[in-house]
Write a protein that binds this ligand. Sequence first.
Ligand SMILES: [Zn+2]
Length: 339
Amino acid sequence: MKILGLGRRLAIPILLSVLLAASAFGQEQACNTRNVFPWLEQTFGTWDKVRKDSLKIPSADRPWLIFFDESCVIHVDPDSSFSAGSFKKQVIGGESFNISVIKHDGKITMPNREEIPAGLITFASTYAGGKKSFLAAALPSIWRNDVNLKAEKNLDTLVRSVVVHELTHTYHRNFHARLDILEKQLPEVKNFNDDVVQNTFGANAYFRKLYESEHALLYQAIAETRTKEKRNLAKKALEIIRERRTKFYSGPNKVYSEIEDIFLTMEGAANWAAFQSAMIEGVSVADATKLIRRSGKYWSQDEGFALFLVIDSLLPDWQKRAFGTSNASAVELLADAVK
Ligand SMILES: [Zn+2]
């Protein structure tokens, strides 16, 4: 099962939420939010630490947050034009938020007018023509009911790390906008998401062999404690990435070079942030690594994570470039890290 990065969702321009307002007014009394607010407080606290201390992003650009359980939706700081339910101010972790709690009927309308089932799904996307971000996240009670997660010891930390992963994507609006353009160059691709490279080239034995070599070298670099050797391993990985791209991404496939770069960067940085959040909550490096990698079978997730672990250990202040006015890509950062 894939938990992190549940695919990219299309940003659809909005005509704000008249529909929501009509169906939901006055139903918040039926929602029990007693256990939710302490969970939100810890989640917001962890995210603040990751944002400021790990990602070095000083100011909080608070997105519209939408949390839901089996019966209710909690909107936190929704857009000013949103009017469903009755609003109240709620202090969470010392900060005041504008909150609306409403019942749902199994489906939830997003700020971009997309409708999602109220199931195990967590993602970030944009609305208002790509200018604003929102996060939609299933609360832990939904996760607890999933059969694949019955044995998960660190479930609360896992859910929080997924929220941190997705909140990191709210700083990737440049990439979302660029992907909207690149997607149009591949009309034959049905599911344009972070698995597009794996789905398109994964069956090619040579491509797979190169991917596996660079992936193995990156994880060897992570395990290596001597800086010079670490750098050499990372350098070899970069050479194979470049070789693979030269070999496969030519002619009509040239566009995949940038697409791969964007997904490795988005998923890698978000997984690295999720990893930091697990450690902030007291999980060991080994357990946090396991929690984030899970099966390790999704390429952009697992190689992206490795790239940022390597970059973080070799390139000081990479965050300023990754989350500055433009988003430097993982491969650009790796190239500087191995110099
Ligand atoms: Zn993601």
